[in-house]
Ligand binder design. Sequence first.
Ligand SMILES: Nc1nc2c(c(=O)[nH]1)N[C@H]1C(S)=C(S)[C@@H](COP(=O)(O)O)O[C@H]1N2
Ligand SMILES: [Mo]
Length: 320
Amino acid sequence: MLIRRRKGWEISERHATPERLFFERRTVLKGAAAIAALGAFGAGSALAAGEPDSSPALYPAKRNEAFTLDRPVTPEAVNTRYNNFYEFGASKEIAAAAESLKIRPWTVKIDGLVASPREIAIDDLLKSMPLEERLYRHRCVEAWAMAVPWTGFPLRTLLDAAEPQASAKYVRLETFLDRIMAPGQRQVWYPWPYVEGLTMAEAANDLAFLVTGAYGKPLPKSMGAPLRLATPWKYGFKSIKSITRISFVAERPKTFWEQLGPSEYGFWANVNPNVPHPRWSQATEEVLGAHERRPTQLFNGYGEFVAGLYGGLDREPLFM
Ligand SMILES: Nc1nc2c(c(=O)[nH]1)N[C@H]1C(S)=C(S)[C@@H](COP(=O)(O)O)O[C@H]1N2
Ligand SMILES: [Mo]
């Protein structure tokens, strides 16, 4: 691995994969314990027999014109070949490996502080939610950006259906756990399963979107099929993929990246050009597929939607 000092704005994915660098440091510390622990998992879960996916008929959905872009949509071919999905490897080229993800049958558990906990089959969820298309920017903490036509439904619609209790303060989202299907999950020095979280107010915000499709089709496995989050005012790691569980909780969840590097990947993770990551600048971003760098925007340009969420939180590290 080539490591040399660069100015923040020079950092490019070709030269540095910060999240991976962090993991490699952990490997040295935890490798021996991890290998010992691997034996303890035994057979793990069996691969589920595939069921047909009836969802393609739902696409394309009608576009919601309230969400506009300041740049062209990232070409689909660029997006499908450049992903972060650590369950299938720490490189950007995980699309082939992610094909082993079995997305039918798939259920989403809704539990915690709700009127009635339940488990919903993904196709029942898709049928019961109002699908629409939205053009969103996506800004990874590693300082690259895309613009994506997502299809999905507002997280708030699911919140309303779930009837959370007043004691619920956060939404905790969890990815599948299957060490046979996902080779990355055999790397037990990571705190699997991937977990993310939002405050109830963030989850109820107009922008918080549960994604089921992209580019007018069902979501590719590499992008987190069959259900992933999009919170475009936050760094990309908040946009958890392949969700199997949504819990309403009283305590702030400890997220996957926060457990790995609390001084680098915090709970809030709101995009801000003026708050550098400890190891690089966030002032600009590489626009994938466009051979261009652009200035980073506060809240990734979504301040009119979300700035009101953060009043009275002056002591919180909102941009980390
Ligand atoms: N389960 C899971 N969700 C995840 C990740 C991951 O490794 N595993 N990576 C995150 C990061 S760092 C980013 S930038 C986005 C990438 O989404 P994309 O590959 O569709 O661009 O997914 C996020 N969600
Ligand atoms: Mo990311």
